[in-house]
Design a binder for this molecule. Structure first.
Ligand SMILES: Nc1ncnc2c1ncn2[C@@H]1O[C@H](COP(=O)(O)OP(=O)(O)OP(=O)(O)O)[C@@H](O)[C@H]1O
Length: 632
């Protein structure tokens, strides 16, 4: 079960005036983002919005003139001014439609560009982060919030600013009409929206807090839906009949969200209703004054109509200004989540740019100890070994003894270990990561099955040479899958997996060999295979290790294997237990030592030699001594 998000500091989500002000500090960044997205569209939207803001007041004046000319024309018998005012009104309406169309087009284009830009920024950022940050639930929550808001919040802030500018322009022009009649009515109309500000601010705070706390649950709901809709998990879910149960868990989360949404929506509607009624009462009073003045002959009919329209306009725009400011405060908080994520430390910041290397001659672990973040126990303790060019190291040990952790440290996926890792005698911490990784070909235990072409799957090992058929075929050959690829309908260009059209599914072992080809694609100085034979049959395993041996002559090779018959081919073997090296040497020296290694080897060998045992007994004999008590 995913842990609830406990990292949230109330301080950050409180709607105190200090915090609201703090969120406005992001505006320069938001404007920079908007400007960089597409400056001409941005300016276009700004310009059209200003025009749209002025238009309602001009329409009001034109209407007033038309009515007054109609009333005056009846007595004077002159229809021309009426026609002119009417024509002007038509032009204004056409202009209004035109502005709306242009504005709609600009906004659509800009929104789409902005959404792309923000999503790209999130992807770039994720790529720059460390594995350590990535495995942190709090960081994942930040990512979830950033992704959820990426598409529209910055644009919404921009649109709101425009709406406020436009409303303020309209408000001032409508107010100017009313000031000429009775200046104090403006305060009556303004009073209620201003009073409603605090209530809606509180509602906004609740909405944001609810949303903020949801991130962890939202990720869980995404994961549940992923489990039941993806082919990888489909088989197990079918066989263990988990569909109903997982659907139930998914539904429970959705129900909880709906309940919260319903409560918040009801609160918002109720508050709106109360303020609307009071507001209508205040405006009704002012309109009544205008009607009474007209009735008493103090103002003309055209003026009465323009006053009524100005009152309605002032009422609606003052409300939208207040609502706009409220939404801005709320949206600022949402956008803060995006910037919080974008501001997380990056890999290079942690590591420093470092010294570039052109080749790897030696690798040394010197008293390396390592604890995974937020864990108590050392995954590695005082591990030391040296490897030179031309040497192959096999790492063996029970489940959970720390084998893969060594690989993760060599590949610099974690950097806060104690002791030192030396490359060519220099600390790995001082090296340029990119240049170091360029020299590495790795197959992880949990290698990726890219639902893409064979060319992509293999070529990703050295993406710049992905289109070089010769090199891709070489890597395919080295992992022994030439025949398999030749048989595929489009050879290197065949899509693998079942996610996309015409995809060809491979067996587990075939996928593993594709992953091995990917590592071999790279002209590396160190090749690392973490359990490369977990899916392979004995014949394939022998073939893969034969190629591995050829490939790593005059290079450094590291592999992890539970099969000690494979480990014996290495120049050095280290046996790990609870993160410590308990035995090390060549196969022969370890056998002579008569310790744990030789015991494990004998158990495995005897299980293979046994002629009368069943296959399951053989498997048990093979696995049982390798399962760590700590892992149990
Ligand atoms: N990302 C992680 N965060 C926290 N602890 C971890 C993480 N990965 C591994 N561990 C812990 O570190 C210890 C060593 O794990 P490691 O994966 O190195 O074992 P291993 O020897 O490769 O095991 P196996 O043979 O099962 O692959 C284990 O106790 C494991 O629970």
């Amino acid at each position: 079960m995913l842990s609830p998000d406990t990292s949230m500091k109330d301080d950050y989500v409180s709607f105190s005036s200090k915090n609201i002000f703090r969120t406005f500090l992001f505006w320069p960044r938001i404007f920079k983002l908007l400007w960089e997205t597409h400056a001409p569209y941005l300016m276009g939207i700004l310009f059209v919005s200003l025009l749209k803001g002025v238009l309602p007041a001009v329409v009001l004046i034109a209407t007033r003139e038309l009515i007054n000319h109609v009333v005056g024309g009846v007595s004077k018998g002159d229809f021309r001014p009426v026609l002119l005012a009417f024509g002007f009104l038509i032009v204004l309406n056409v202009l209004s439609d035109l502005f709306n169309i242009v504005d709609g087009y600009f906004r659509k284009m800009f929104q789409s560009l902005l959404s792309n830009r923000v999503n790209l920024k999130i992807i770039e950022k994720a790529h720059q982060m460390t594995l350590q940050s990535f495995e942190d639930a709090d960081v994942q929550n930040k990512l979830q919030r950033a992704q959820a808001e990426a598409n529209y919040r910055p644009f919404e802030i921009f649109v709101q600013i425009l709406a406020i500018i436009s409303s303020v322009v309209t408000l001032f022009s409508a107010c100017a009409i009313l000031v000429a009649w009775k200046w104090w009515v403006i305060f009556v109309i303004f009073l209620i929206p201003c009073l409603s500000f605090y209530s809606f601010l509180r509602i906004g705070q609740r909405e944001f807090n609810t949303y903020y706390r949801r991130a962890a649950k939202q990720r869980e709901s995404w994961y549940l839906s992923f489990l039941v809709t993806r082919d990888n998990s489909f088989k197990e879910i079918k066989i263990f009949q988990l569909g109903h149960y997982l659907r139930g868990r998914y539904m429970a989360i959705l129900k909880e969200f709906f309940k919260e949404d319903k409560f918040l929506a009801a609160r918002r509607s109720y508050t709106s209703l109360v303020f609307q009624i009071i507001n209508q009462g205040a405006c009704g009073f002012v309109v009544f004054l205008a009607v009474y003045s007209a009735y008493m002959g103090q103002i003309l009919l055209g003026n009465l109509i323009s006053f009524i329209q100005a009152i309605t306009l002032t009422q609606s725009t003052s409300q939208s200004v207040v609502q706009g400011i409220l939404s801005l405060c709320q949206n600022n908080l949402y956008v803060k989540q995006l910037f919080d994520f974008l501001d997380l430390p990056e890999e290079e910041e942690v590591q420093g740019s470092g010294q570039k290397i052109s080749g790897i001659q030696s690798l040394e672990f010197r008293n390396v100890s390592f604890k995974y973040p937020n864990t108590e126990r050392n995954a590695l303790s005082n591990v030391s070994f040296t490897l030179n060019k031309n040497e192959k190291l096999a790492i063996v040990g029970k489940n959970g003894s720390g084998k893969s952790t060594i690989v993760k440290l060599i590949t610099l996926l974690y950097s806060d270990f104690e002791g030192d890792i030396l490359i060519n005698g220099k600390s790995i911490r001082d090296l340029n990561k990119e240049s170091f990784r360029e020299k590495m070909g790795v197959v992880f235990q949990d290698f990726v099955q890219y639902e893409m072409t064979v060319r992509d799957n293999v070529g990703f090992g050295d993406v710049k040479d992905k289109e070089n058929d010769q090199l891709v075929w070489n890597a395919v050959e080295q992992s022994g899958i030439t025949e398999l690829v030749q048989r595929l309908p489009n050879k290197l260009n065949t899509v693998l997996g079942k996610w996309f059209e015409d995809g060809q599914q491979l067996s587990g072992g075939q996928w593993q060999r594709v992953a091995i080809a990917r590592a071999f694609m790279r002209n590396a100085d160190i090749y690392i295979l973490d359990e490369p034979s977990s899916y392979l049959d004995p014949h394939s395993e022998r073939e893969v290790f034969g190629k591995f041996e050829q490939l790593t002559c005059d290079k450094i090779g590291v592999f992890i294997s539970h099969r000690l018959s494979t480990a014996r081919t290495a120049d050095k073997i280290i046996l790990l237990e609870n993160g410590r090296i308990i035995e090390e040497g060549t196969h022969e020296s370890l056998m002579r030592l008569n310790g744990t290694y030789s015991e494990m080897f004998e158990i495995q060998a005897s299980s293979y030699r046994s002629t009368d045992d069943s296959e399951s007994t053989e498997k048990n004999a093979y696995w049982s001594p390798l399962v760590s008590t700590s892992a149990e």
